[in-house]
Design a protein around this ligand. Structure first.
Ligand SMILES: NC(=O)c1ccc[n+]([C@@H]2O[C@H](COP(=O)([O-])OP(=O)(O)OC[C@H]3O[C@@H](n4cnc5c(N)ncnc54)[C@H](OP(=O)(O)O)[C@@H]3O)[C@@H](O)[C@H]2O)c1
Length: 288
């Protein structure tokens, strides 16, 4: 099976390259392919002739998506459509990475694949448009929704992950205020990449559709920060809880975007481990 990975030097892309290293893998960075340009996408993928294309590319700085909404739609919507179109022409399967931010958070129970999306912001809206394009344009598609990613490779769009930010701010500030009223699941890109590999290489390859893949459990951003400091052995960080109103973000985010991974379970695939176990492994590798 020949697998092309778009965004191969990104946070998730890096771990996908590792997960698929036993097979024939082609790593594509932004220098190699421009997904907003159909000619570039067709030409690059046409030369590779992959069996599977995994698209991790996105414009995902959530606040910037509000002001640069045309760019957000171009990358997250049209870009996803171009990859799906090219994959379909080649008879390849398309794996599209999407987000928990397609949901509005009103459910207050883990969102499963059959729940109706209702994004609250431009990022979520444009990612949802990408999902619909992929489902509509490529008959062999996997739309993989995930949440709160962190990995050993830096997130290219954000220059790091939440853990990097918390550890930096703990050094710089006397007091740290983190929201304690928005719940999600932090997800380790290494676990996600491995499960994507299992999904596309298992005997279930005819089960195309939407899949939620995230570590197990849930926490608020405050609880996540507290666990990071605990694992790092930082006992004297002055961590205070706050609310999203007090934090005054310019963008609406779901208060609850925990993903329930029913789809992979129904295929007999093992769900991902609890987020606390994944974070412990990440922190020990990060500090090596
Ligand atoms: N990070 C999260 O917490 C999170 C949560 C849920 C879902 N997701 C989704 O997960 C996916 C992967 O996230 P990540 O954190 O691994 O992202 P990342 O580190 O920013 O990597 C994205 C990769 O895509 C490339 N790229 C961006 N625009 C492109 C374009 N127009 N054409 C071709 N390549 C392009 C980037 O290259 P350059 O940097 O050189 O432009 C980079 O290699 C995204 O689809 C995101 O929406 C992320």
């Amino acid at each position: 099976m020949k697998v092309a990975i778009i965004g191969a030097n990104g946070q998730l892309g890096h771990d996908l390259v590792t997960a698929f290293r036993d097979g024939e893998t082609v790593s594509l960075t932004h220098r190699d392919i421009e997904i907003t340009d159909l000619a570039s996408t067709d030409s690059v993928l046409g030369k590779i002739r992959p069996d599977v294309v995994i698209n991790t590319a996105a414009f995902h700085r959530v606040e910037d998506c509000e002001t640069e909404y045309a760019k957000a739609f171009k990358v997250n919507g049209i870009g996803a459509a171009n990859v799906a179109r090219s994959a379909e022409k080649l008879g390849a399967a398309a794996v599209h990475i999407s987000t928990d931010y397609v949901f509005d958070g009103k459910k207050r129970k883990p969102y499963v694949e059959s729940d109706l999306p209702n994004p609250l912001n431009t990022y979520g809206l444009t990612k949802l448009s990408g999902e619909y394009y992929v489902r509509n344009l490529c008959s062999r598609h996997y739309v993989v929704r995930t949440s709160g990613l962190y990995g050993l490779a830096k997130c290219r769009a954000k220059g790091g992950n939440f853990i990097d930010t918390m550890l930096r701010l703990a050094r710089e500030r006397d007091e740290l205020r983190v929201v304690n009223d928005q719940y999600f699941v932090p997800t380790y890109t290494r676990d996600l990449a491995q499960k994507i590999k299992e999904l596309v290489t298992s005997n279930h390859t005819e089960h195309y559709g939407i899949y939620h893949i995230a570590n197990y459990g849930q926490c608020s951003w405050y609880e996540f920060a507290a666990r990071i400091f605990e694992l790092e052995g930082l006992k004297d960080v002055n961590l205070k809880e706050t609310t999203h109103q007090e934090f005054r973000s310019k963008v609406m985010r779901p208060d609850y975007s925990v993903l329930g991974c029913d789809g992979i379970k129904s295929l007999g695939l093992k769900p991902l481990r609890p987020w606390q176990d994944a974070l412990r492994d990440y922190m020990s590798l990060r500090n090596k």
